[in-house]
Design a protein around this ligand. Sequence first.
Ligand SMILES: NC(=O)c1ccc[n+]([C@@H]2O[C@H](COP(=O)([O-])OP(=O)(O)OC[C@H]3O[C@@H](n4cnc5c(N)ncnc54)[C@H](OP(=O)(O)O)[C@@H]3O)[C@@H](O)[C@H]2O)c1
Length: 300
Amino acid sequence: MSSNGPMTVAVVGATGFVGSSVVPHLAQAGHHVIAISRDGRRQPEWAANVDARAADVSTGRGLDAALDGADGVVHLVAIPRESKGLRFEEINVRGTQRVVAAAEAAGVKRFVHLSAMGVIDDPKLAYLGSKWRGEAAVRASKLDWVVLRPSLMFGPGDGFFNIVKTTLRYWSPGIVAIPGKGDARFQPLAAADLAIAVERSLTDASRTGSVYELGGPDWWTYREIVDEVMRVTGMKRLKLGMPIPLISALTSVTDRFMPIFPVSHDQISSLQRPNFTELDAFESSFGVKPRAMDLAYLRT
Ligand SMILES: NC(=O)c1ccc[n+]([C@@H]2O[C@H](COP(=O)([O-])OP(=O)(O)OC[C@H]3O[C@@H](n4cnc5c(N)ncnc54)[C@H](OP(=O)(O)O)[C@@H]3O)[C@@H](O)[C@H]2O)c1
């Protein structure tokens, strides 16, 4: 059953890659959107029914005021790797706990939390473990929550496919290193399709308490993704399989001494977790065929 009429929805992490699809989709569907980021800046493309507000999940600053008047919250803030001053525990775990507490205090009912496929309570996998603990805080709350666990997402401004492009362009003169056989499997989902799942999860009360694993219509191995990025960008490199233990050792060093290296030790470790699900997962949960992977936006 869907709720009647438009809602006021606070999107925490509105200015990021996923927020850039979620905010316009919610606004277009007629909802009033409170778009939250650290500096509360307004994006020029936002419609009149989007208000920008500032809050910081790592301190809680501004959160109570930012959620004032919201009937629903979409929580998108997380970091995929640690850097100076930005820790998984503070942003992905405690940040989520702060948003949950502020939502409960504000009397918000509906709460959609963006988790990630492969989350696990395993201290050896720092990002996936932190996403697990953030998700657990949502699931333990009194809110009417829905958890979405997407595989990799693609679209303009994405994190993953742009990093593959950067790796090819700046870190791979002639040869590109592929972790192991390159057979880690992913199920890329368009951020624009994820936005559909967010809106339905907010408005359909019968979804309360659901956890959805979501992916696009195809499985892609890492090797195939690299080939596709090369095809759309016109870059040609020889792919060279590099044993995982060797890349693990290398990234332990680059994490400490070369933090701009495109991949972290933790991200290599997380390749051991499955990042795909049933091919019809999205359609059977949300009644819409998800778009096939299209990386044409990487051409620019
Ligand atoms: N990208 C993927 O392929 C993928 C796959 C699976 C799951 N996810 C999940 O999707 C979610 C969104 O990811 P994304 O790729 O859109 O991330 P992103 O592009 O890095 O965006 C993060 C957003 O959070 C805001 N933010 C960062 N730190 C903040 C803080 N301390 N307080 C308040 N706001 C803060 C950023 O805005 P300001 O910097 O302007 O404050 C930005 O709006 C995350 O939970 C991620 O784990 C992503």
